[in-house]
Design a protein around this ligand. Sequence first.
Ligand code: GLA
Length: 733
Amino acid sequence: MGIQFDAEQSIFKLDTYETTYVIALSREGYAGHVYYGKRLKAMCGKDLLRMEEPPYTPSLHKREKSAFLNVFPMEYPTGGIGDYRESCLDIRNEYGNMGCEIFYRSHRIIKGKPRLKGLPASFGEEGQVETLELLCEDPVLDLEIILSYSVFEKEDIITRNIRIVNKGQKIRRLEKVYSACLDMDNRDYEVITLHGAWARERHIQRNRLVYGKQRVSSGRGETSHQEHPFLALVTPNTTQDTGEVYGMHFVYSGNFIAQAERSQYDQVRMVMGISGEEFCWKLCPGEEFQAPETVLVYSDEGLGKMTRSLHDFYREHMIRSPYKYRKRPVLLNNWEATYFHFDSEKLLDIAREAAANGIEMLVMDDGWFGKRNSDDNSLGDWYVNEEKLTSGLPDLVKKVNEIGLEFGIWFEPEMISPDSELYRTHPDWAFCIPNREPCQSRAQYVLDLSRADVREYAYECVAKILRSAPISYVKWDMNRQLSDMGSSYLKADEQQELFHRYVLGVYELQERLVAEFPDLLLENCSGGGARFDPGMLYYSPQIWCSDNTDAIERLRIQEGTALLYPLSSIGAHVSDCPNHTVGRNTPFETRAHVALAGTFGYELDITKIAEEERNQIAGQVELCHKYQPLMQTGDYYRIASWSEQRPYDCWEVAAKDGSEALVTYVQVLAVPNWHSTNIKISGLDPEAVYILEGTEKTYTGEELMYCGFLVKEQNGDARSCQYHFVQKKTDAI
Ligand code: GLA
């Protein structure tokens, strides 16, 4: 188990419970990739490195070094020296030349996992994770490059990160530093990625891997609505339960690339890291650069097993919040209820009605500060608008608390409106290229978070408000993507550091926030779900998934999100109909069933909705209380997908001990002249007997798993139902 080193053969073997990863050193000191896949008991040879066949080993056959570099499976390929596949590390020397070559020098194996300075990263105790650090060197550039591998045995996850230390006397320019590479032979792989747009985030996309480079990326300064820092290679016909899957997921919230490249020899190189476009880091003597972490996952039992590994891993080793497994309050957010048009009285009316129906928290969204009655002003002026909150914020919070609700609040601390006191005082605090008018998006500019004084201001704005009243929750929003990347603070040869420095600035702010307010429930958000990534999970246990709250649209969005992220992290609310984004009407019950596959809350004017809907709320809140522990800890199974052109969508969460399972079925479109639908339920104890709650019916686990369960057709579109199977303790088969 864990990490073993065979000194005689120079082989490192990294084992999780069900996977093995093997690295071998060539006689020159190249770290080569031998194997990643199903767990091996022993690994005794490094034949897979193809060292003994043409094009031979470079130290013995110098004239064919370039041919060697074109096929050798590198753990961390470098640029400019003859490997023409995508490089992971491009460095420019003092003469302006780009070239880097790294050689193994030594290694260390550490119990546990060191932190990554300034960056979010997975964590674990000794006994849960072991780390291998390969210390490599470029002797010409005087650089030490540390390739780090952390092995999480139980969750079948290996994470990688890279650190570069300038040991010499010269400045080095890092033009590209990716975080992981996986070289393999092609096996007719297909590529799975997530793509989207505002209100259509994380739809699943699958294509054949063809020759050349297939890449998803972001140059928008955040992970983005459009692409996601995830890529999986799967063997043909991989399903939820069968096929092999190699997944990579990036723990970062800025520009990224995720790419698979199929080469002339039918080899595949999969890479992930900070995008090399508009990136250049000046590394001065004695300094080090820490690249973010990449998560690697392998499954030989289809996508479902990959999903469950990632869910367990993120829950146990990425989310730090005390709310990880704690009951989350059922909240009502006033955004779709009132937009900017509210005052204390309106909020208190909503709060009273919410409390009467079992809701536990009121979240005051955008519009409470400056003179903000529309989205074109006041970002940066984080003082309470007392025309709206007539007796001030502490008094409002007190009254809401007296009604019996906790209080939450919205901020957008990274932004500045051109129409704000802050901008009039500090125009140089916004990103701007000299002599060029910066591009507005949602009538706002971006604060230059590379500056310590700006970070201090932004932090204090939020912290002062939180110190002023008992506020339990913050929604931290970010509503535009970055452009006009110019900082009045950085020197000309540091401006290409700005995208990354911005992300580091965001991380620093959120780190301070969770340190000063450890009990705060933080929810990240970015124009819906544009910054839904593992990096943000390190700070906030939940992230707003999409501004699209339509139950049917959410099926596809939440399916793609839950492919990687635990349900407990997916912000989901019941909203009013016709839906504000798509104008669709769906039953109130269906909206709740879909939101129950996330954090669950409401985003509607509870004082105005139809009584018949309001009367359902208390029961839905009860359902949330009842199922939340299962949703937070259970195993997720995707049973059927509306996104794959089925007329229905279906998922399940089963308790890890098989004691219960909750199945949610949404009949999106009614089909005429149809019969019932057979669905197979997973994660049960085949030997046990289960009762379908609310009925007298019993089934054996094996019946439900192998024969299936029949769901009856309902009359109408967008109908849904939930089936809760509970194990009978007494009689086994
Ligand atoms: C973003 C968020 C919304 C809401 C608005 C407020 O779009 O995603 O939920 O908070 O901002 O302006």
